[in-house]
Design a protein around this ligand. Structure first.
Ligand code: GLA
Ligand code: ZN
Length: 674
């Protein structure tokens, strides 16, 4: 094996040479070198090429490609090649096909047509992983193993009979008895009582609303089933290829919520495992950059605050949105460095060369259909140069005084159905608040409620509908040691079984916040209600009564008129110990109001921006190394040049800023501070 590229931010992407004739491979390698590519992810969808029939391997072509890459000093993140089972396996074992919600079988002919619970699949996948590990464990191109690909992207949830059996086993481990299961699922309701372990089912299509406890447990089970598939391959690699780092690419994007990545990350440990993710800009979002920045910070949270790897993003258009627009000139570099600014220590893309056939032939790549004679390839080469100069930031950590809590159980539970308002979408307020902080140049970590919260000055708890007793206690403990906290509506409502916390809302946080509501009054789609001052709210209101807290803003119209909309509760410190200020927000404020609220919170908590006096429209973060060196990343989202007050060498241009760093329109600066 070889080391992961050093002295640079590794730069490259998925390489699928099996889609091209041999002659193209040498051209590929030469063009990769011109572009400054230092790593590729190889073999992700190559199962049918390395194992063309059951138990017969053809490593010849892969040996050749690995040899070419080794000779070119390009590191390989080598896939176990198990993401998509080959036709021979689908034919021999039709039972590994996933079954959807309606009982429809998902056929081969696309990708990832395998059931998360299938032991047959595990047997074939681990056999291939072993063959790959035996063949390549000491290859001079091998730098990292890449297990499967984007677990759960297409094959979960599966509702097949194998999953039903797996689910029952999982339930028996979670609940000692059927009584405990019946209690957890609230099965007294609608005669759902289970009298035998053969009875629990996946939440297949039902006449009306399925049991929410069953649905929530099924999501947990599917995530765990895929985790077991990952761990099975990982165990094979540890045995047959010890010492080589291992990763699997997550999908920390707003629209993907199938896996509990915090639970996964608990099984991925240093020094073996690397957290990597894929991120694609979703054009349809009102503010794609807000989601992009948020997801970078979420990935860092999953990585425990340390560096992570950006395995994939796109140089330009994707092929899976209704309309696929290219990125503006400079957009490839800007998006890549946005991730590095948020802790990524690698810049990866799907894919090296744009395909000429297949379902992704219109997806952009490092090398476009047009070839090297294209503006995009020129930008790719420029990015390669920049990545080559950014090596010194590797291993440094992003600084933040603010935590935004994120929890997959809470997300799953708020995906309903049959909740007070379908307008409450779990990520909405989290991303809105994150965006308002970003606009003030205040970075935030997006972290699991079970993370260490003690070092933060401000903790944001957005829509944490489901919260365990332990997590509620951790939040309280952080406040007791001085952190300020903002809790937003529809938080603290249920426990981890999705059972209501009785006695008034917001359940778990009532006493902490010094407020109590007795009825929710969600607003209709498009409905906006006035708040005191020139403020307004939408989506939510409730009959907040003050029980210690004071009203900062009040609903002046709508179903909760006269009740507090935003409250503040400052408890006098006891015996010299600090106690943070507790804020409760009972509506979704308009953008200006939210900006004002976030300003108030930061001032109260003593949260500082990355740089004082920085211009609007520029994202700022600071990464700091253990030896104290620091780098300010400035991402200019405006179409005018902006001047950022920072002194040091800009690694993008190589020039000293002289105190005022000019960041071009749509451009980026990375300044090593003097
Ligand atoms: C995912 C996959 C890639 C490719 C891209 C397209 O991230 O991992 O194989 O399909 O999407 O955007
Ligand atoms: Zn299944």
């Amino acid at each position: 094996m070889r080391d992961w590229p050093r002295g640079v931010i590794p730069f490259g992407g998925d390489y699928n040479p099996e889609q091209w004739p041999r002659e193209v491979w040498r051209e590929d390698i030469a063009a990769m070198q011109r572009a400054g590519v230092t790593f590729v992810s190889l073999g992700i969808f190559s199962w049918s090429w390395v194992e063309p029939s059951d138990g017969t391997y053809d490593f010849g072509w892969l040996d050749e490609v690995m040899g070419l890459l080794a000779a070119a000093d390009i590191a390989v993140d080598l896939a176990t090649a198990t993401a998509s089972p080959p036709m021979w396996l689908a034919q021999a074992h039709p039972e590994i096909a996933p079954i959807d919600h309606d009982g429809q079988r998902l056929w081969p002919g696309s990708r990832q047509a395998w059931c998360p619970s299938s032991a047959t699949f595990t047997a074939y996948a681990t056999r291939l992983a072993e063959a790959m590990a035996r063949r390549y464990h000491d290859h001079p191109a091998l730098a990292m193993w890449h297990i499967s690909n984007e677990y759960g992207c297409h094959n979960t949830p599966c509702f097949c009979d194998t999953c039903a059996v797996g689910f029952r086993d999982w339930l028996r481990q979670r609940y000692d008895s059927l009584d405990a299961l019946n209690e957890a699922w609230g099965a007294a309701f609608w005669s759902q009582r289970y009298a035998d372990w053969s009875q629990p089912l996946p939440p297949r299509r039902t006449p009306t609303f399925p049991n929410p406890g069953q649905t929530l447990d099924y999501r947990r089970y599917q995530s765990d089933a895929l985790l077991q598939q990952f761990l099975a391959e990982r165990a094979v690699l540890l045995e047959h290829s010890p010492g080589v780092p291992i990763t699997t690419n997550f999908m920390t994007m707003r629209h993907f919520s199938h896996l509990d990545y915090h639970r996964w990350a608990a099984h991925l440990t240093e020094p073996v495992d690397r957290i990597s993710t894929d991120h694609y800009v979703v054009d349809l979002l009102a503010d794609p950059w807000a989601e992009q920045a948020f997801c970078g910070d979420l990935t860092r949270g999953i990585a425990g605050g340390g560096p992570w790897l950006l395995m994939e993003h796109s140089t330009s258009a994707v092929n899976w949105q209704p309309v696929n627009r290219p990125k503006p000139v400079g957009g490839t570099i800007r998006d890549s460095l946005t991730h590095v600014a948020r802790g990524a220590d690698m810049i990866g893309f799907f894919q090296w060369r744009a395909s000429r056939a297949g379902a992704e032939k219109f997806h952009s790549a490092l090398l476009p259909h047009a070839g090297e004679d294209s503006a995009r390839f020129a930008e790719v080469c420029r990015l390669g140069e920049i990545a080559g100069r950014l090596g010194e930031v590797s291993g440094s950590r992003v600084e933040s005084q603010v935590a935004i809590l994120w929890d997959y159980d809470a997300q799953w539970a708020t995906q309903g159905p049959a909740l007070p308002s379908a307008q409450v979408q779990y990520p909405d307020l989290a991303i809105e608040i994150h965006r308002a902080l970003r606009e003030r140049h205040v970075p935030a970590d997006v972290v699991y409620p079970g993370a260490d919260l003690t070092a933060y000055r401000l903790i944001i708890v957005p829509t944490l509908y489901l919260v365990s007793d332990a997590h509620a206690a951790a939040i309280e403990a952080a406040v007791a040691t001085g952190a300020d906290v903002l809790v937003t509506y529809f938080s603290g409502i249920v426990d981890e079984r999705d059972h209501i916390r009785l006695g008034g809302y917001p359940g778990a946080f009532r006493e902490l916040l010094g407020v109590r509501s007795t009825e929710f009054a969600p607003l209709r789609p498009g409905e906006v209600v006035a708040l005191s001052g020139a403020h307004s709210g939408s989506v939510w209101s409730e009959d907040v009564a003050l029980a210690g807290a004071e009203a900062v803003l009040t609903f002046t119209e709508g179903p909760a008129a006269g009740h507090a909309a935003f409250t503040r509760y400052a408890v006098a410190p006891q015996g010299g110990s600090a106690s943070g200020v507790r804020w409760y927000l009972a509506t979704r404020p308009d953008r200006d109001t939210l900006a004002e609220i976030v300003g108030t919170l930061c001032a109260s908590a003593g949260v500082e921006p990355v740089l004082p006096g920085a211009p609007d429209g520029v994202d700022l973060t600071r990464r700091r190394a253990a030896d104290g060196r620091s780098w300010v990343f400035a991402i200019n989202h405006t179409d005018l040049a902006r001047t950022v007050p920072v002194t040091g060498v800009d690694l993008v241009t190589g020039r000293h800023t002289g105190g005022q760093c000019e960041v071009p329109a749509g451009g980026v600066a990375v300044v090593r501070e003097d």
